[in-house]
Design a binder for this molecule. Structure first.
Ligand code: PEP
Ligand code: CO
Length: 451
């Protein structure tokens, strides 16, 4: 059983007493403190009502009654805070969600890796080019990608720029959704140019028409409109990596009697920072948000049980999501033991499969890539292993874009390594392009028969 003893030693800065991986020090600490004080005064980006609503929806996904679609860029950039980029990403996530709803016959919880995905963990602290060594680029919230000493110096002012971009992105998404853009009765709003000339166009159009007809039929039969279909929810998430930023927007809410991290609805802890005695686990154990934790192939059952105790001592449904990213070659061997560890602790978690981060490889050109067949293979295995273990796969976590990039190989159009250079845009990890993303959604929908 899980130990329910509450720990009262937490406060928003208690993480400072722990080993803080991946958080670079600011040279001008006074400047950093001034920025954090400004961030603490500015209005929150999300509200506790939304955060609590998401926790409840995640709890349903944990029971197999809803399915989570979490996706977006590996790293957002300040330059990409543009209407066309935001709209295209929203469109592809909405399209995918309709395909998944129709296949799995359950509601989809849409969560963007958006409006705050600006901090990246790096395997090396420094980067060397010819005879110069500088700090690594760690995302737009920390420093600049240009290779000069000045630009690579962590700049606290960038936290404010990230806050503003996140606010602008959320504001635009909220307006689109409130204005009816995401109404499931009108999927034609989300058509992307490619739909007319993709090999999957017919299948996609048939699916959305079926969903729209189904809604109309139900509504004319009952005389009631399905509100949820008109105004879908959309939530924001990012890796909770840069704790000074998260801390600055963390507030104690009297009406809830709890601390909330109000930079985002759903922060997650990455594999590189999920140490039990580390700063990130310390920080996130104290906030009420639902928390995700990435789980890699080296995760042991003992570590996992420690994580359950640290992050969800009350065993609250929806509070903790384990996002496994094991690789198509290891998932069948590793995942059963992890599920077992959770079952034997009597713990309630939400299981999500990230089929991207365990399948990254380097092409002969040196570009980072992923094969769609491995991504699909890991997803299929995730559904099968969970079903065999009597558990539920509650969702997926994907790196994707609504654009026609060439970053992952394979898929219906059979992209090869030699296609990669044609339109390789990502600064960090390779993303599924629109067609590949739709293919993944159709594969997920196909599992409706056996879950
Ligand atoms: C990511 O999600 O971009 C990431 C770095 O993942 P992970 O922590 O699983 O490696
Ligand atoms: Co990534």
């Amino acid at each position: 059983m899980i130990d329910p003893t509450p720990d009262t030693s937490w406060h928003p800065a208690s993480w400072l007493g722990r080993v803080a991986g991946q958080i670079p020090a600011y040279r001008d600490t006074q400047h950093a403190e001034a920025v954090m004080a400004t961030l603490a005064r500015l209005p929150p980006l999300v509200t506790s009502w939304e955060v609590d609503a998401l926790r409840e929806q995640l709890a349903l996904a944990g029971e197999g009654k809803a399915f989570i679609l979490q996706g977006g860029d590996c790293a957002e950039t300040f330059d990409d805070c543009r209407s066309d980029v935001i709209v295209t990403k929203l469109k592809i996530l909405l399209q995918m969600s309709v395909v998944i709803i129709s296949g799995l016959k359950r509601p989809v919880v849409r969560i963007g890796r958006m409006a705050g995905q600006y901090a990246k963990p790096r395997s090396a602290d420094t980067e060397t080019r010819t005879d110069q060594t500088l700090p690594s680029f760690r995302g737009d919230i920390i420093n600049r990608s240009t290779f000069t000493a000045k630009d690579r110096e962590p700049d606290p002012e960038l936290m404010l720029r990230a806050y503003e971009r996140s606010g602008l992105t959320l504001n635009f998404i909220r307006s689109l959704i409130d204005g009816g853009f995401a109404d499931l009765h009108h999927p034609e709003n989300w058509d992307l140019d490619w739909v007319s000339h993709s090999p999957m166009a017919d299948q996609y159009r048939r699916t959305v028409q079926t969903v729209a007809d189904g809604l109309d039929f139900f509504e004319s039969l009952t005389g009631k409109s399905i509100d949820q279909a008109r105004r879908v929810d959309f939530f924001a998430s990012h890796e909770g990596l840069h704790l000074p930023y998260e801390q600055a927007q963390t507030r104690f809410l009297e009406h809830r009697q709890a601390w909330y991290d109000l930079t985002t609805h759903f922060p997650w802890i990455g594999v590189r920072t999920s140490r039990l005695d580390g700063a990130h686990v310390e920080f996130f154990r104290g906030v009420r948000n639902p928390i995700g934790v990435k789980v890699g192939p080296d995760t042991t059952p003992v570590f996992l049980q420690g994580l359950l105790r640290a992050l969800n001592p009350a065993n609250e449904p929806g509070r903790l999501t384990l996002i496994h990213r094991l690789g198509s070659g290891r998932i069948r061997q590793v995942l059963p033991g992890l599920i077992d560890a959770v079952h034997s602790a009597g713990a309630r978690v939400v299981w999500v499969c990230d089929p991207m981060h365990g399948n990254t490889e380097t092409a002969s050109s040196g570009l980072k890539t992923r094969r769609v067949e491995n991504i699909l293979g890991e997803l299929d295995a995730a559904f099968e292993v969970h079903r065999a273990a009597g558990s539920h796969l509650g969702g997926v976590h994907l790196e994707l874009t609504g654009d026609h990039v060439t970053e992952c190989t394979g898929g219906a159009r059979g992209l090869t390594e030699s296609d990669l250079e044609r339109d390789y845009r990502t600064q960090v990890d390779p993303r599924l392009n629109y067609e590949q993303a739709m293919e993944v959604a159709m594969r997920i929908a196909g599992h409706g028969r056996d879950i």
